[in-house]
Design a protein around this ligand. Structure first.
Ligand code: KIV
Length: 279
């Protein structure tokens, strides 16, 4: 049965941990869904891991709709959340509703995610009032990378920690169905998870959250360069891909591929006539 925001809430209530992973294409979405991932996030992280940008800021609505469509075509059960890219909701409540509507109507997302606290509560309320579930996102919100001065853990000092707790409560009050907590101290995330009725989904926020989310390239060992401390490598798919690609290059160069097994046949008589005709 297709998961919804209500499924995630029921999981929190029963103490069953929520699993969320990012996906950006049809094939990956099919596999994650098959493996029983509860929710798939078409994150604007696609700007970095799929499109090679330095951060998520250049990602457009068109990028998000394109990838969300591919993911939703592959998903049978998981709850699909589409990320609202930078400046698709910060500009006005009207823009927020129109762009959230596009992710649902054109992309096929069941919910949208947007970053920020009190400053975006009006937007959250208006989107929820338009019958679109909203997932909030607090802590290290990558669209604020320039304001934060880098990708840094958030909520380590008293004022910022208090602000994150208050923002989480405001987002819940505005009608959000869940909140992603990114890169915040584990004890702070636990406290928030206990205070809120709606589920928290952590990334670098410890085991006290109601669920976990990871960027799939990080957990499969596909990212090059710096990987954050929280990004556990569950398998080294990067090494497997390198082995496969190198073996292909080598076998083609040596004439070992394609062999008979991967080749189509034609009747000898027909081929003889073709050769006579074209010789
Ligand atoms: O864009 C994304 O993938 C995200 C996750 C890191 C939560 O927002």
């Amino acid at each position: 049965m297709k998961n919804t925001a209500a499924t995630l809430l029921a999981q929190k209530q029963s103490g069953e941990k929520i699993t969320m992973l990012t996906a950006y294409d049809y094939t990956t979405a099919c596999i994650e869904d098959e493996c029983g991932v509860n929710s798939i996030l078409v994150g604007d992280s696609l700007g970095m891991v799929m499109l090679g940008y330095e951060n998520t800021l250049p990602v457009t609505m068109e990028d998000m709709i394109h990838h969300t469509k591919a993911v939703t075509r592959g998903v049978k059960n998981a709850f699909v959340v589409g990320d609202m890219p930078f400046m698709s909701y910060q500009t006005s409540v009207y823009d927020a509703v129109v762009n959230a509507g596009r992710l649902v109507k054109e992309g096929g997302a069941q919910a949208v995610k947007l970053e920020g606290g009190a400053a975006v509560c009006e937007q959250i309320k208006a989107i929820v009032d338009s019958s679109i579930p909203v997932v909030g996102h607090l802590g290290l919100t990558p669209q604020s990378v320039n304001a934060f001065g880098g990708f840094k853990v958030q909520g380590k000092d008293y004022d910022r920690a208090s602000q994150i707790v208050e923002d989480a409560e405001r987002i819940q009050q505005a009608g959000a169905c869940a909140i992603v907590l990114e890169c915040v101290p584990a004890r702070l995330a636990s406290l928030i998870s206990k205070r809120l009725v709606i589920p928290t989904i952590g990334i670098g926020a410890g085991d006290g959250c109601d669920g976990q989310v990871l960027v799939y390239q990080d957990m499969l060992g596909l990212t090059t360069g710096h990987t954050p401390k929280f990004a556990k490598k569950f398998v080294d798919a990067g090494a497997l891909l390198r082995e496969g690609f190198s073996e292909y290059v080598s076998q083609v160069q040596k004439g070992e591929f394609p062999s008979d097994e991967h080749t189509f046949k034609i009747d000898d008589e027909i081929m003889q006539k073709i050769e006579e005709k074209f010789s």
